[in-house]
Design a protein around this ligand. Structure first.
Ligand code: AP5
Length: 209
């Protein structure tokens, strides 16, 4: 089964993809995580990506499509994937069609003010990338690996609002793109985290996919 998680920045794509991927034994592929790993490694791709990410813009389609073509060659992608942050434009969605067939799209719905509050409260482990919120995790270290929790450089109010604007302009049209195939399920992304994950798993298990 191949699933896309769609939703604005901070809607919970990563949080849900991690839980659903584990439960359904699907490879969780996050373009944001891949790009951040490239930045950390100091690669050429990382340097290019950083110049876009820091201002809340999208990395060019050609770069992302080449990167995902390579990612799909890895073994874990052959048993089903959960895509988090890809595709983000119609050009990316068309390229994805040449890589695999998509069975379901989970569209996380949440309004912009909730997003800004969430993103400002987000902390990530600088070692393992695990995601927390200061609202529910007051400690300054990761409970999984003990790594230090830090603020993502693009998690400030100005950049988040720009990322939301870019989402509305370039990514939101994908809801219609996939709705025409009858594979979109809208999910209220303001439910408590574990309840929301269980709800999504239920949708994916009960839909005729
Ligand atoms: P990316 O990392 O994909 O960022 P994003 O889409 O902006 O999404 P986020 O990671 O900010 O949020 P999320 O939806 O995963 O939410 P999370 O689970 O963390 O991309 C970063 C950048 O890379 C982009 O801006 C772009 O420049 C570039 N890029 C990436 N992919 C690209 C592509 N395909 N094309 C071009 N450029 C690309 O949750 C957020 C917070 O909320 C957490 O603290 C979490 O604990 C909390 N939370 C989650 N769910 C709930 C809930 N139900 N209730 C309460 N709190 C919740």
């Amino acid at each position: 089964m191949n699933i896309i998680f769609l939703g604005p920045p901070g809607s919970g794509k990563g949080t849900m993809a991690e839980r659903v991927g584990k439960e359904m034994k699907l490879a969780h592929i996050s373009t944001g995580d891949i790009l951040r790993a490239e930045i950390k490694a100091g690669s050429e791709l990382g340097g290019l990506a950083k110049s876009y990410i820091d201002k809340g813009a999208l990395v060019p389609d050609s770069v992302i499509i080449d990167m995902m073509r390579e990612r799909f060659k890895q073994d874990d992608a052959k048993g089903g994937v959960l895509l988090d942050g890809f595709p983000r434009t119609v050009a990316q969605a068309e390229a994805l069609d040449s890589l695999t067939a998509i069975d379901a799209v989970i569209n996380l719905e949440v309004d912009v003010q909730v997003i800004v509050n969430r993103v400002i409260a987000r902390r990530v482990c600088e070692q393992c990338g695990c995601v927390y919120s200061v609202k529910t995790h007051a400690a300054s270290d990761c409970s999984k690996c003990g790594g230090k929790l830090v603020i993502r450089p693009d998690d400030n109010e100005q950049t988040v609002r720009e990322r939301f604007r870019v989402y509305e302009e370039q990514t939101q049209p994908l809801i219609d793109f996939y709705a025409q195939r009858g594979i979109v399920s809208n999910v209220d992304a303001t439910m408590p985290i574990e309840e929301e994950a269980a709800y999504i798993i239920d949708i994916l298990n009960t839909e005729k996919i």
